[in-house]
Structure formats: structure tokens, C-alpha cells
Design a protein around this ligand. Structure first.
Ligand SMILES: [Zn+2]
Length: 432
């Protein structure tokens, strides 16, 4: 099932000529309306007329989160404020948040994208869709909300929190599709267990989970605990919010909606474009955005891209399930480590709950890494020898995955703090 078959299944040739036409419009718009883009292009000696093919995209300057901060709050908007109807902002852990603005057309386009994603998850007009992403400045809640309404679904805007009530409503209202962060979905799954409700008593069919990277192993866990198909959705507020890319039922990568976004993969160090299939940093250019178009936005997300045909019939390229962010990447004794790799290693080792915390420190100029792992109630009550065996198994699984030795410590169930938004996986105590 497709929401917009004409657009989602157009031939690659058609798609490329459509992209070029929209790219030209976007470059004209930013060059004439956004001072910082004009300046950057002038510094590179480029005018809009120099862009004569999609390949010329690489002549354009990159955009970073810092550019948005430097132009806080409105200076990168490409339209006057009277045309903006919505503001969202990303959580700034340090300093000012990043403010993004949407015109009426942008909001409608965003709803179109989410309607496509929900359709990928089997959503229809009669589907009950529960939105447990936070509502507010964060793009998750309202982004999904308008898309689910556009689909014509029965929208249940529970937002995050009050998990027992969420579960009660999920059961009583016969929710079919759950949209939230994967860590919150796990929290919901645990609450189901606590409340003694089996997933067979629910009507859940699919979950659309995003806003943080999660592993295929966590997918298996969520699918078995909730009795669903768990699909990954990708997005970021600087580009539009959730709905930049989403998995179809094939679960072989996320289709990036190329009639709205042009993706590139670059080497994070040299910034040179990488060929199809190679892993690097995802860079996105929006080609149908009025309020805040971005040119070659460096997402800091690590993935690869494939244009191979998908059995679902969609022609839009697929990005590999995200492996983490260039900022989350820890360098431990010279080895690149992503928290998602630790998660995979834990799931391979079995016995462990997928709740963990990585603590990195440096003593005598040597990096040390400790991983706290929650074990099940049953196991924790078991004899010490059994626990030691599990600990050794996890240590060896992490060693196999990363090639470095880490100190694994098993902790009692529910001792690692749960968050309803994004989960904190790493504490870095090093003074780098
Ligand atoms: Zn597909």
C-alpha cells in the first residue's frame, strides 16, 4: 500500500529531473532571501546559474547546526514572519536551542510525509493511531499528529508520560499503530508486563519508532514483546522533523523521500562525497521547503545509501538503519565506538535486559570503559556463579564486537534511570 503512488514510485529518471527542477528553485530562493547563504555562495564564487545538473550540488557550501545557531532565531528563514505559522525547536543541551519555522505549505508537506510513513506501517483511515511522542517544541508529537489526521486515522494524542494510563487507553481504544521513541516503546512493554497484560489482548499491529538510534536486536525485542512490526522512522527538526525517511514492511533500510530531500553521503573528515553503499555522514538538501530550506545540511548521522529497487515498489533510495551520530561516537583507545554497537553486543549475549549505561573515564592517560547492564529479576536472584558466567559472556560479546576490553558490571533490575524521551546511554568523565 502506498499513500502517494505517483510520487513514491516514479522512475529514477523522472525523479532526477523532478529533483533538479526543485533544486534550482530552492537555490534561487535561498540566494535571494537568506543573507548567510548568499554570503557563503559568494565566498565560493558561485551564483545560482552555475548549478546546471544534480551533480553540481557538490559545488554548494555545507550547512551546519552552528549556522542555525549563529543566525538564531530567524535569520535563516527564507520567508517573512507573516508567512510562518509554526515554530519548533530542538533541545539545546548547551546554550540556545535551534529554532525552525514552517509555512502553511511546509506543514501540509510534512503531514504528507507522515501520512506516507503511517501507510508504510499499514495505517488506514480506520486505524487507531496512538501518538506517544512528546507534544511541544519537539517535532515528534505535532509532526505525527498532523500526518495522522491527514491520513484520516483515529488519532489518540497521548503524548509521553503516565505509562499505565497509556497502556489502559491502548487496550480500551484498540490502538493499532503506536508512534514513539523506541526506548519509550520498551518502557510501555515493561509496563504491560507489570500490569499483567499480554500483547495478545491488545490490537497493536505496528510501531513507528524514531528520534534516537536503535538496533535490529532491539527491534526483535520490541516486536516479540508487543506483537508488532516495528518500523524505524528518521528525521530531524533542521530538515523538517520526523518523516524524512521511513522503513517499509520489508525492513531493509529506510526510504528517504527523494521528492522532498536530496541525500548525499560524505566522508565525515574530508567532506568528500562517497559512492553508493559506503558508510559516512548523511547530508540532506531540502527541495520543497519554504520557511527554512537547508542546503547540504550536515546531519552528523552515520549511514549508507542504496538505490536498489525495493520489493515494495517504492523507487526512493534507502538509507541503512542509522548507526549513531558522529557526535555520539566515542573514541576509546583509538577505536570508534557507537553506543548502538554495545546494545547489539548485549542482545547477542542474551540474558541481559537492553538497559545499559556506558561510563567512560581516563586514568593515567588510558581510557577506560565500564558498561552497567541490568539483568532480569530472575537472574539476579540466582546464585553468584551464574551471574559471573553472564558477566563473562557479555564481556566477551563486547570484545568480539568492538575489539576492546571493557569492564562489565551487572546491576539489579530498574536501577538504570528510564527516560520517556531520549535515553541517556553514555557518561563521559574524561576531560578531553
Ligand atoms: Zn520498500
Amino acid at each position: 500500500m502506498h499513500w502517494n503512488k505517483v510520487r513514491e514510485c516514479m522512475s529514477r529518471d523522472q525523479l532526477r529531473s523532478y529533483q533538479f527542477e526543485k533544486l534550482k528553485e530552492t537555490i534561487d530562493r535561498v540566494y535571494h532571501n537568506v543573507e548567510s547563504y548568499r554570503q557563503k555562495m559568494q565566498e565560493k564564487g558561485i551564483i545560482p546559474e552555475d548549478i546546471n545538473s544534480l551533480e553540481d550540488l557538490k559545488l554548494l557550501p555545507f550547512t551546519t547546526k552552528q549556522d542555525l545557531r549563529d543566525n538564531y532565531p530567524y535569520n535563516m528563514f527564507a520567508v517573512p514572519l507573516e508567512e510562518i505559522i509554526r515554530i519548533h525547536a530542538s533541545s539545546g543541551t548547551t546554550g540556545k536551542p535551534t529554532v525552525v519555522g514552517y509555512t502553511r505549505r511546509d506543514i501540509a508537506n510534512w503531514a504528507e510525509l507522515i501520512a506516507r510513513c503511517l501507510t508504510m506501517g499499514g495505517g488506514k483511515r480506520e486505524s487507531v493511531v496512538q501518538i506517544s511522542y512528546g507534544y511541544g517544541l519537539f517535532t515528534g508529537g505535532l509532526g505525527f499528529h498532523y500526518g495522522a489526521e491527514k491520513l484520516g486515522a483515529v488519532v489518540v494524542p497521548t503524548s509521553g508520560g503516565n505509562t499505565r494510563r497509556q497502556v489502559m487507553l491502548m487496550k480500551d481504544l484498540k490502538t493499532e499503530i503506536l508512534a514513539c521513541t523506541p526506548s519509550y516503546a520498551l518502557c510501555i512493554a515493561e509496563t504491560l508486563e507489570e500490569m499483567g497484560i499480554k500483547h495478545e489482548e491488545l490490537n497493536l499491529k505496528a510501531g513507528i519508532f524514531g528520534a534516537e538510534p536503535w538496533s535490529d536486536n532491539m527491534r526483535k525485542e520490541l516486536e516479540s514483546k508487543l506483537g508488532i512490526k516495528a518500523l524505524d522512522i528518521y528525521g530531524l527538526s533542521e530538515v523538517i522533523g520526523p518523516g524524512v525517511a521511513c522503513e517499509c514492511m520489508e525492513q531493509q533500510g529506510l526510504h528517504i523521500f527523494e521528492d522532498f530531500f536530496i541525500p548525499e553521503i560524505i566522508d565525515p573528515i574530508t567532506e568528500e562525497p562517497l559512492p553508493e553503499g559506503e558508510r559516512g555522514e548523511l547530508v540532506i538538501t531540502t527541495i520543497d521547503k519554504e520557511g527554512l530550506p537547508v542546503i547540504r545540511y550536515k546531519t552528523r548521522d552515520i549511514t549508507s545509501i542504496s538505490c536498489k529497487p525495493c520489493p515494495c515498489g517504492r523507487t526512493h533510495a534507502r538509507i541503512e538503519k542509522l548507526l549513531g551520530r558522529t557526535d555520539d561516537m566515542l573514541i576509546i583507545r583509538g577505536v570508534n565506538v557507537f553506543p548502538s554497537q554495545i546494545e547489539s553486543a548485549l542482545m547477542i549475549a542474551g540474558d541481559a535486559e537492553p538497559h545499559y549505561l556506558i561510563i567512560v573515564d581516563r586514568k593515567d592517560n588510558l581510557d577506560s570503559m565500564e558498561v552497567l547492564v541490568e539483568v532480569s529479576e530472575k537472574l539476579f536472584a540466582d546464585e553468584v556463579r551464574k551471574l559471573e558466567e553472564v558477566r563473562r559472556k557479555i564481556t566477551s560479546s563486547i570484545y568480539t564486537t568492538l575489539g576492546i576490553n571493557v569492564n562489565v558490571k551487572l546491576v539489579e533490575p530498574h536501577t538504570i534511570e528510564r527516560t520517556e524521551g531520549k535515553s541517556k546511554r553514555v557518561i563521559d568523565k574524561r576531560k578531553l
